[in-house]
Design a protein around this ligand. Sequence first.
Ligand code: FES
Length: 66
Amino acid sequence: MARVIIHEAKGPIEIKVGNETRRICRCGLSKNQPFCDGSHMKTLDEQEGKLYKYDANGKRSEAKLL
Ligand code: FES
């Protein structure tokens, strides 16, 4: 089974856990969920009004809404 989830964030949210700061992925591309692994850098040049999909290797292509 597969599902499509749309993420619009292009970076993580930082939370404090005790004395440590954790970066939580909001882009959906991290291979280390729920933590950010820097993969959001691939989203920085996405254009407004376009929809993209990323394959398992992180390769991006433009998608169409059904
Ligand atoms: S916010 Fe998703 S990898 Fe950084």
